[in-house]
Design a protein around this ligand. Structure first.
Ligand SMILES: [Zn+2]
Length: 67
C-alpha cells in the first residue's frame, strides 16, 4: 500500500468505487504513532487529515489479513 501514489488512488476511486471502499475503509492508522483515526478516505488521500496525537499526515488504511 505504501507505494501507491495519491494520483493513482484517485484514479482507482473513480474507476472502482467498490474496490476503493474496500481498500480504504473509514478507519486509518497513523504511520508514526499507530493512533486510529476515523476520517473520510478522500480527505486522507488529499492529506487533509492530521493525526490528532502527533500531527503526522501520512495515514494508512487499517486492514487486517492483507498480503
Ligand atoms: Zn500519530
Amino acid at each position: 500500500m505504501d507505494c501507491i501514489r495519491s494520483e493513482n488512488v484517485k484514479r482507482i476511486m473513480v474507476k472502482f468505487p467498490e474496490a476503493a471502499k474496500r481498500l480504504f475503509g473509514r478507519t486509518f492508522v497513523c504511520k508514526k504513532c499507530k493512533t486510529k483515526i476515523k476520517a473520510p478516505p478522500q480527505k486522507v488521500i488529499d492529506r487533509k487529515v492530521k493525526c490528532r496525537r502527533c500531527g503526522y499526515k501520512i495515514l494508512r488504511p487499517i486492514k487486517k489479513g492483507t498480503k
